[in-house]
Design a protein around this ligand. Sequence first.
Ligand SMILES: NC(=O)c1ccc[n+]([C@@H]2O[C@H](COP(=O)([O-])OP(=O)(O)OC[C@H]3O[C@@H](n4cnc5c(N)ncnc54)[C@H](OP(=O)(O)O)[C@@H]3O)[C@@H](O)[C@H]2O)c1
Length: 293
Amino acid sequence: MIVITGASGHIGSKIAASLLLQGQKVRCVARTAEKLEEFAGKGAEVSTISLADTSALIKAFSGADAVFAMIPPNYKAPDFRAYQNAIGASLAEAIEKSGVKYIVNLSSQGAHLPDGTGPIKGLHDQEVRLNKLNGVNILHIRPTYFMENVLANIDMIKHMGIMGSAIRGDLKFPMIATKDIAKFAVERLMKKDYTGTSVKDLLGQRDISMNEVAGIIAKQVNKPGLKYVQFSYEDTEKGLIGMGFSADVRRLFVEMSRAINEQFIMDIPRTKENTTETPFEEFAKLFIGLLLD
Ligand SMILES: NC(=O)c1ccc[n+]([C@@H]2O[C@H](COP(=O)([O-])OP(=O)(O)OC[C@H]3O[C@@H](n4cnc5c(N)ncnc54)[C@H](OP(=O)(O)O)[C@@H]3O)[C@@H](O)[C@H]2O)c1
């Protein structure tokens, strides 16, 4: 039995689909039953609980050979790191008390740093917390910036004809499709070929700039005028108010953008082992459907 937290999310849903296709016994954990119906229909057990409910989580992890563990975002949290630490502590207690021996923990590039990385700080805390557990094999996967983040530009492209964020337009940095993260996690959850505590960096297919990203999307959707604009940190923080983000989360997002621009989050050298397959050109096909409706 493999248990997947965040099972209706970007990564968890792809892990669940792949494991079910391969005939694995799967238990999907998330709060909203409707978003898990597809997997229930394919034979998955479903556990609609909050990760904050530790006793329910211990039951959900019981009998598992392996768990995909993640701390989902809660952008409304007044103190985001405190929220991450509460969920993180609940996950750690459930791992310990359920006796599960293999954990793939979703972390992030930058999680080696305790500070200055915005929302990644709580993932650093979680790595440290899980590393203290005895007798559990824990693989922390540290993916880079998700290509899916770029989808947040859809409305801006539709209504203003631009895309933008606080990240420098000309800065090449690693970007990954979440399907590449899921593929790696599925292999590890099935093979359980890691011992003790270890870390795996996942840097996507290549380093790419936001200017190039805009150019690729412009070509895909036949909008040659589509350009990327770098917003100031102040404007970015104000812009996030409209998305309902708490003041703390807005500040953390700006801190992370600054860390990307100053290149101290994504400073791992690219190798064959940390490079994955999906190029942005393939991911960008998604924009065709999304921008035509
Ligand atoms: N975006 C990036 O560039 C990036 C890069 C590196 C690492 N990360 C990390 O990746 C993680 C996000 O992964 P993702 O994009 O796959 O997630 P996601 O798409 O936001 O999905 C979140 C999942 O968690 C569930 N969930 C949310 N709150 C919950 C709660 N309190 N209890 C139980 N389930 C809950 C959601 O379903 P319900 O709402 O129905 O419960 C959903 O299944 C974060 O830890 C983030 O820091 C992100």
